[in-house]
Design a protein around this ligand. Structure first.
Ligand SMILES: *[C@@H]1O[C@H](CO)[C@@H](O)[C@H](O)[C@H]1NC(C)=O
Ligand SMILES: *[C@@H]1O[C@H](CO)[C@@H](O)[C@H](O)[C@H]1NC(C)=O
Ligand SMILES: *[C@@H]1O[C@H](CO)[C@@H](O)[C@H](O)[C@H]1NC(C)=O
Ligand SMILES: *[C@@H]1O[C@H](CO)[C@@H](O)[C@H](O)[C@H]1NC(C)=O
Ligand SMILES: *[C@@H]1O[C@H](CO)[C@@H](O)[C@H](O)[C@H]1NC(C)=O
Ligand SMILES: *[C@@H]1O[C@H](CO)[C@@H](O)[C@H](O)[C@H]1NC(C)=O
Ligand SMILES: *[C@@H]1O[C@H](CO)[C@@H](O)[C@H](O)[C@H]1NC(C)=O
Ligand SMILES: *[C@@H]1O[C@H](CO)[C@@H](O)[C@H](O)[C@H]1NC(C)=O
Length: 694
């Protein structure tokens, strides 16, 4: 069923004037109705199974790419004229049962080289990477079928088709679907039929390019091609394309996985009718059986953004009602299959009782906001920390929030949730991985000098935490705010790696939605001014908390100490006098083993993060870059004053430009001045807010 006709001279009976223009170029056309593994160059997870090109499987954080083995002439080297092309393919995106939502999408690509270098998994779609995204030297063109709404790339939805030129920020995009032929008014938005990309259905795509116009059309496989394309864009590919390009598909998995499959593919640069040779019927179906609500399309669609939490909570409440009367060792057997896979495991009370030796006082390792924390050892030998949550103080809500978010989040710098247990109406337990070295605040504030953390260790731990917060903000399909970043919520594992814990206050938000909580949550001293004012948390308020964390860890001072100026005010004042390095922990200074440049950079970063105006704070992504000492950033520093440099670099257009650059002079504004100027309605100072909060 396969036909190759490449490198044949162009047939002259095909008389589109456009094509006569480049007669000397050999035509390339091919049709694959099913693949075999020698048909394509396969990279990463890509493979051929039962004649289907399978780009990804359930392996997390990986790329799958398949390219046609030979380069295709893409533009005329003499005139830069981009040759037309016409391609059509049938794909299926199949979520694995019981692990919805799924990600991340398929991209039809033109790339200049073989292989997958310069591509990252997850929301980079295996197309580009964190470092090269947007670079005009990429020479990468893609048509993305994207099921992840990424704010960073201004994605319009979690179900869109986009045109990508050297960047994942699409030049044009549209929700996936088609315009039915029979609708009386083709432009009527109401007639648009949306197609859910990762429903497991087989979809056919047509992409036609000629004379700087590209048409993209999508339909259910087997359907007649809709007369009106989903969308068209006029674009000049002459700068993007090299003379010859590889063509194929790329895809990725991240924290989310799904199987991305290509069932058939045709391509031609000479015959726009070639797609007629695709076999579009009698194809295997990958639509998931509707045998449980958790596998139905409705559920998958419902949970993609935002709705997830609600569904989880309902399901969990239903579960509570059903299970109310049952407990003991039989619980586990009574659990539904999905329950076991879907959540972190539910454990029995007996298991937890045994692990903590009947909640012995000797096993108490801490007291959280809601109750005691016990150390325990499970029957298998695994060490755990059990956090008790009581019904008062919104215990139920925190409990549900915590398992519905933390349970699904996995990152090496987050404290993993192993399971949970409900004792009775009043008491819940959360079972975490045990962190051998306890919380960071003990190491910073209560340690004797001998065991004190070195400057290097402190910065390394801050980096770990920064990665964890970045993951919460961007690594997941819904933005997760931590809301309570502070030293006592950072735990250290046996290798002294920093791990962010305690998501009791986290709430999930679909990317792009404005969180509307009005209850102030967090800890005094770490709360951003706008949170105190409005009660509204955001990614920027987490950045603020992280800034305070940097300062307290580096300065060895709690954010608020009786009889002293607030930490942020104090550090800001020192920077104003050009003496920021003096803010460093006295004990570290006494030891003298530190890299002044790095410490200066980290302290500045702390101040930037804790800047009063939320819009001037860096994003966690920028924070990570600076902490990593990104060379790109550093090369530019050279002789420039670090203060000036960071301020300029982090917010070139923002309000930092208003700050006088003569840092040594007494006209330098105080932290308070700037806070006042950015938040006129705010009339407290740090010490006042402490007084209110205490
Ligand atoms: C795969 O395709 C190649 C090229 O068309 C062909 O020579 C080969 O026999 C095919 N192999 C299988 C197992 O079908
Ligand atoms: C996914 O595919 C890769 C490469 O084909 C293979 O090595 C790996 O074992 C597969 N993983 C799973 C979970 O199927
Ligand atoms: C480009 O110009 C050279 C020299 O005039 C000619 O030999 C070649 O065929 C041209 N290439 C194309 C693709 O037109
Ligand atoms: C178009 O066709 C579909 C299916 O054939 C039908 O359900 C729909 O009512 C038709 N719409 C119009 C406007 O004729
Ligand atoms: C794009 O579609 C329009 C019809 O909507 C058609 O006139 C045009 O020729 C198409 N262009 C290409 C490059 O296929
Ligand atoms: C491109 O799409 C727009 C909007 O649907 C339409 O008005 C226009 O005619 C299309 N252009 C071509 C060349 O098909
Ligand atoms: C596509 O978008 C990039 C940046 O998003 C921009 O630089 C480029 O000019 C755009 N190209 C076209 C043809 O619109
Ligand atoms: C273009 O492709 C169609 C479908 O395969 C075929 O019928 C037609 O003969 C082709 N035209 C040329 C000029 O090759």
């Amino acid at each position: 069923m396969k036909k190759h006709k490449h490198q044949q001279p162009l047939r002259l009976c095909f008389l589109l004037p456009v094509f006569l223009f480049f007669q000397s170029i050999s035509a390339v056309d091919f049709v694959f109705n099913g693949f075999n593994s020698s048909d394509m160059l396969l990279y990463g997870l890509a493979g051929v199974e039962s004649r289907i090109l399978t780009l990804t499987n359930r392996t997390y954080y990986s790329i799958g790419r398949a390219l046609y083995p030979e380069k295709i002439p893409a533009k005329n080297p003499n005139s830069s004229y981009v040759y037309p092309f016409s391609t059509s393919f049938i794909f299926s995106m199949v979520p694995y049962t019981k692990t919805p939502p799924a990600g991340y999408g398929i991209v039809f690509i033109f790339v200049p080289v073989k292989g997958i270098e310069g591509a990252d998994p997850a929301h980079y779609l295996g197309l580009l990477s964190f470092t090269n995204n947007g670079n005009p030297d990429n020479h990468v063109f893609g048509v993305e079928f994207d099921v992840f709404k990424n704010e960073e790339f201004d994605d319009i939805s979690a179900n869109h088709v986009g045109i990508d030129m050297n960047s994942l920020k699409s030049n044009a995009s549209h929700n996936t679907g088609y315009w039915p032929d029979n609708s009386s008014n083709a432009d009527d938005e109401k007639s648009f039929k949306e197609l859910k990309l990762n429903s497991g259905e087989n979809y056919q795509v047509w992409i036609d390019y000629s004379d700087s116009l590209i048409n993209v059309t999508v339909a259910l496989a087997g359907m007649k091609r809709p007369g009106k394309p989903l969308f068209n864009v006029s674009l000049d590919l002459s700068e993007v394309f090299e003379d010859e390009m590889y063509v194929g598909f790329t895809s990725s998995t991240g924290q989310l996985v799904e199987s991305h499959k290509i069932l058939a593919w045709s391509f031609s640069n000479s015959n726009f009718s070639i797609s007629e040779e695709l076999v579009t019927t009698g194809l295997p179906s990958f639509v998931l059986p509707k045998d449980s609500i958790f596998r139905s399309k409705g559920f998958i669609a419902g949970i993609t953004v935002g709705g997830f939490c609600g569904v989880c909570l309902c399901a969990l409440f239903a579960l509570f009602l059903i299970k109310r009367k049952r407990r003991g060792v039989r619980e586990r057997e009574e659990m539904e299959e999905w329950e076991l896979e879907y959540w972190p495991h539910r454990m029995t009370y007996i298991e937890i009782e045994e692990a903590t030796r009947d909640f012995s006082e000797e096993n108490v390792i801490g007291t959280g906001g809601n109750g005691k924390v016990y150390k325990g050892v499970l029957a298998g030998g695994a060490e755990i920390a059990v956090k008790c949550i009581s019904h008062e103080n919104d215990g139920v809500r925190e409990f549900l929030a915590e398992i519905s978010s933390l349970g699904r989040l996995k990152h090496r710098s987050l404290v993993g949730l192993r399971g949970w247990c409900k004792r009775d109406k009043g008491n819940f337990f959360l079972v975490y991985e045990y962190m051998e070295n306890g919380s960071l605040d003990k190491w910073v504030f209560e340690c004797d000098d001998r065991k004190m953390l070195s400057c290097e260790d402190r910065i390394r731990i801050l980096k770990d935490v920064a990665f964890a917060v970045l993951y919460l903000h961007e690594g997941w399909e819904a933005k997760v705010l931590h809301r309570d970043i502070k030293a006592s919520n950072v735990l250290l594992d046996k290798d002294m790696n920093g791990r962010l814990g305690d998501f009791g206050l986290a709430r999930m938000h679909g990317h792009g939605q404005v969180p509307n909580t009005t209850r102030v949550v967090g800890t005094v001293g770490y709360l951003a001014p706008e949170v105190i004012r409005s009660g509204r948390a955001s990614a920027q308020t987490d950045v603020f908390g992280f800034g305070v964390l940097i300062l307290e860890v580096m300065c060895g001072r709690r954010p608020i100490e009786v009889g002293k100026p607030a930490l942020v005010d104090w550090a800001w004042h020192l920077m104003g006098q050009g003496q920021l390095l003096n803010a460093l922990d006295e004990r570290l200074k006494a030891r003298g083993e530190f890299d002044e440049e790095e410490v200066g950079r980290v302290l500045h970063l702390g101040l930037l993060c804790a800047y009063p105006d939320p819009s001037s704070r860096p994003t966690m992504r920028q924070v990570v870059k600076v902490l990593e000492g990104n060379n790109e950033v550093l090369d530019e520093v050279e002789s420039e004053d670090m203060d000036v440099y960071l301020l300029r670099k982090m917010k070139p257009m923002g309000r930092w430009s208003e700050i006088p650059r003569d840092f040594g002079s007494s006209s330098h504004p105080t932290f308070e001045d700037i806070r006042q100027s950015h938040s006129s309605s705010m009339s407290f100072s740090w010490s006042n807010s402490m007084a209110e909060g205490r």
